[in-house]
Write a protein that binds this ligand. Structure first.
Ligand SMILES: N[C@@H](CCC(=O)N[C@@H](CS)C(=O)NCC(=O)O)C(=O)O
Length: 236
């Protein structure tokens, strides 16, 4: 039995957890959630009562949600990989700090943009205010990351980490919302994202999201439907 990652499409932040699983190379299955098909199957509420992805169903029937918790859980499953630093080390602190920034400040910078995009009932004025606010917040965040990446290839230094996996999923929202010319405005970040986009695990996750044939590194054991997982879910 393997853990099952629930990932959301389109454009889910769960993308980063797929990349992390691929980088770690341990066996896993995936369950696809079409986020726009509302309401979601009530059975998902047993996995995450907040009805959000990512979520990770563990071998013992427990389910874990929140990207930060999932990524640190995956890291702990790989204690001998540089991707899995031990708690109490400086490497762990740096990973934890970066992930915490990305899942809070960086993620939420996009919130006004998603509201402007999703809420049909907004008038043009409200939509413009939200877009301007989102653009300002995302610009600040991109400037921070661009500065950080000016002297290192990966977010934490010379080695890639699970923070890079997470950012691969969320940074693409800047292009999705067509906010700026990344290459011109944030060249270090743009160069980094282009390198990430060429990574086999990122290409795999992109193909999967788009429903195209995808070749992973061998850990991916296929998709499973939510209903098939019912016997593995703990009672409400
Ligand atoms: N704090 C959560 C946020 C998770 C989240 O908001 N997930 C979004 C996709 S990025 C989702 O599932 N939204 C549900 C929906 O759109 O209905 C985390 O970091 O994992």
């Amino acid at each position: 039995m393997q853990p099952v990652l629930f990932y959301g499409v389109p454009q889910g932040c769960s993308f980063g957890s797929i990349v992390a699983l691929e980088w770690l190379g341990e066996p896993y299955q995936l369950c696809r959630i079409e986020m726009l098909e509302q309401p979601w199957d009530r059975l998902f509420g047993r996995i995450n009562p907040l009805y959000q992805t990512p979520a990770l169903l563990l071998e013992n029937g427990e389910a874990l949600s929140e990207s930060l918790a999932i990524l640190l859980h995956l890291a702990a499953r790989a204690p001998h990989s540089p991707l899995g630093p031990r708690q109490g080390t400086a490497e762990f602190d740096r990973l934890n700090q970066m992930l915490a920034y990305l899942v809070t400040d960086f993620f939420s910078a996009f919130n006004p943009l998603w509201i402007a995009y999703e809420k049909d009932e907004l008038n043009d004025e409200a939509r413009a205010v939200l877009r301007a606010l989102g653009q300002e917040k995302v610009a600040d965040a991109c400037a921070y990351l661009n500065q950080l990446l000016s002297d290192r290839p990966w977010l934490l230094g010379d080695e890639r980490s699970l923070a890079d996996a997470y950012l691969a999923g969320v940074a693409r929202w800047a292009e999705y919302h067509q906010l700026f010319d990344l290459q011109q405005d944030y060249p270090h970040l743009a160069h980094y994202l282009a390198r990430l986009a060429a990574d086999p695990a990122v290409r795999f996750a992109t193909a999967l999201e788009q429903g195209e044939p995808a070749n992973g590194n061998g850990g991916f054991m296929g998709h499973v439907q939510l209903e098939q997982l019912r016997p593995r879910l703990l009672d409400e």
